[in-house]
Design a protein around this ligand. Structure first.
Ligand code: URA
Length: 233
């Protein structure tokens, strides 16, 4: 734990766990007391789920981007809690995500799981999606036209889920949601407004795998998100 200059021992411990590359089960546990619920499935959750399932049916049939529709194995709609207070948005599915039809299940996804757990949450409590729902061949960068085609789906997902906090990973997600040409380094670390939700942009987990020295900055960003969420989760 050299060079972390954390004065608070709790923070030091959490940061240490955030940096750990193995032992997910040992990472900061979430609160175990279940929240009391009047009904197992509140009406709002059922409504949001139905709305999202209808949107999903549309997205799964999408063929607006001819190349992506021809080369994909799956359409990766997104997964998680349909009434999540926190939603993560990445760039586009990679190889593993295309095979499994789920977002962030490859190496970057494993790091994302640790990032989520480092702030005391579980993957099933948040919603995870991407700007593009189809994998660009060879993981090439998304084309402007593909983003234009796919962005309405992301916008509708956000409208239906109504997260309190949105976290955009990497330049593409940040620029798509914040509508700017700024790079991620200048955008990261502060909240913007996204139609009433708080939008925080930060480095992509895949970038962190290549640049582990930048994890500290993402940890700082995650603490801001945790603070903003407060008792919401
Ligand atoms: N990178 C992303 O941006 N999204 C995924 O789902 C996986 C890797």
């Amino acid at each position: 734990m050299k060079n972390m200059d954390a004065k608070d021992p709790v923070e030091a411990e959490l940061f240490y766990r955030f940096l750990k590359e193995e032992g997910i089960g040992e990472i900061y546990r979430t609160q175990e007391t279940p929240k009391p619920q009047a009904n197992p499935a509140p009406a709002a959750a059922t409504g949001a789920k139905n709305d999202l399932l209808m949107l999903r049916d549309t997205v799964l049939k999408c063929a607006k981007c001819a190349e992506l529709a021809a080369t994909r194995k799956s359409v990766v709609f997104g997964s998680g809690n349909v009434t999540a207070a926190l939603m993560f948005v990445g760039e586009a599915p990679g190889y593993e995500e295309d095979v499994q039809g789920l977002p962030f299940v490859g190496p970057a996804g494993q790091l994302l799981t640790k990032i989520i757990e480092s702030i005391g949450l579980e993957r099933k409590q948040v919603f995870i999606a991407n700007v593009l729902k189809c994998r660009p061949p060879q993981n090439r960068t998304p084309q402007p036209e593909e983003i234009l085609n796919c962005e309405p789906y992301l916008r509708e997902q956000i409208e239906r889920i109504t997260p309190r906090v949105l976290c955009a990973f990497g330049t593409f997600a940040a620029q798509t949601l914040h509508k700017t040409g700024e790079n991620i380094s200048s955008m990261r670390g502060r909240f913007y407004d996204y139609h009433g939700a708080k939008l925080l942009c930060t480095y992509h987990p895949a970038y962190l795998l290549r640049n582990p020295g930048e994890k500290r900055k993402v940890w700082e960003d995650m603490k801001k998100i945790r603070q903003e969420l407060g008792e919401a989760v």
